[in-house]
Design a protein around this ligand. Structure first.
Ligand code: ACO
Length: 323
């Protein structure tokens, strides 16, 4: 690796800002409980827009930011747990919305690690010959799959999309990617389960389409896997934590990041956090954070950063990159 760079970023959030107090009118909870347990103060909920709409808006901004022509896109990958439909894929819907008619388009399902997985996949495609420019989007309308009567989950999530344009260049960019999965623990966090339902099926099975989470198990998994993934990608490249300007973690819970900060012995200021405004936007959280950092001018050419994700599957991964 080393010849693939992020050259543009963009984001789009659900249009309605919903505070913790607003949520307290729907389920028995409070701003105090949600803030102290998670760090979340508000989230953006989509009123009308579906996953492909948010993705296309974020993508349009990323394409503008990179300065490329939409017709030059060779590849579009959308990471999502909440696709508009099984088929067409959300990536194909985005392709049509953008008019990116020269791109190959498909989705990736890796829950909150989706953006890391999708960047990995795109970076393998980009060879500078047939594939030179790619669009990678993490987009979710999680409000669609939440059980709005379950206070232990509905307070945690929000809707949004983040996008990045990747180009094959002569410069150093993505230095290394580490990803992992453990399907044996998949039940910790699940949604959209469909039973067999046809005239020949023998068992009566119910379909569970709402998000279900064993919060404590996910918490334990997250606090271990973040430091492990960050250390792995650094050690594999003989880079020390001192050389890393920022860690951009998946935005699930402030206490998870705080624990990772302690375990890595890295001050919280080196972790970018925006979950107070958006909650957990799953595959969208890392690219949304990246776009905010880019917009604020926090990333200078040559800065080394690590993106780190974890989520349903279970899945996880980290990316070491030079801006
Ligand atoms: N408001 C008020 N009380 C609540 C709420 C709420 N929103 N939710 C749960 N409670 C209650 C519970 O009913 C329980 O009450 P009880 O003791 O009378 O039974 C009490 O609060 C404690 O519940 P716990 O589940 O033990 O609360 P905990 O301190 O573990 O916090 C939380 C729950 C915030 C979900 C925590 O486990 C967590 O952050 N887990 C990580 C999960 C996560 O971040 N998931 C998303 C990331 S996964 C991903 O992104 C892929």
């Amino acid at each position: 690796m080393g010849n693939i760079k992020i050259t543009g970023t963009g984001r789009c959030l659900g249009e309605k800002v919903v505070s913790n107090d607003d949520i307290a009118t729907i389920v028995e909870t409070s701003d105090e409980w949600i803030s102290s347990r998670t760090g979340i103060k508000e989230r953006c909920i989509s009123v009308d827009k579906n996953t492909s709409d948010l993705a296309a808006e974020a993508a349009t901004k990323a394409i503008k930011n990179s300065g490329i022509d939409v017709l030059d896109l060779d590849l579009i990958i959308v990471a999502t747990t909440t696709p508009d439909s099984f088929t067409p894929s959300t990536a194909c819907l985005v392709q049509a919305k953008l008019g990116a008619k020269n791109a190959v388009a498909f989705d990736i399902s890796a829950a909150c690690s989706g953006f890391i997985y999708a960047l990995n996949c795109a970076s393998k495609f980009l060879d500078g010959i047939k594939f030179k420019k790619a669009l990678v989007v993490g987009s979710e309308v999680l409000s669609r799959i939440l059980d709005w009567e379950d206070r232990s989950t509905c307070v945690l999530f929000g809707d949004g999309a983040g996008a990045a344009v990747l180009e094959y260049t002569e410069e150093n960019g993505i230095m290394d990617i580490y990803i992992g999965s453990d399907g044996s623990k998949g039940k910790c966090l699940s949604t959209g389960e469909f039973g067999i339902d046809n005239p020949f099926s023998v068992k009566e099975r119910c379909s569970e389409s709402k998000l279900d989470m064993a919060g404590k198990d996910v918490f334990k998994f997250a606090v271990n896997i973040i430091p492990y993934s960050v250390n792995k990608v650094l050690e594999d490249n003989s880079i020390s934590l001192d050389e890393i300007k920022y860690i951009v973690p998946h935005q699930a819970n402030y206490r998870i990041v705080e624990s990772a900060s302690k375990r890595l012995k890295l001050p919280m200021e080196r972790f970018y956090i925006n979950l107070d405004k958006y909650g957990n936007t799953s595959a969208a959280s890392i690219p949304i954070a990246l776009d905010e950092m880019n917009e604020k001018g926090m990333l200078n050419k040559g800065d080394k950063i690590v993106l780190v994700g974890f989520g349903g599957g279970l899945t996880w991964g980290a990316i070491l990159l030079q801006w």
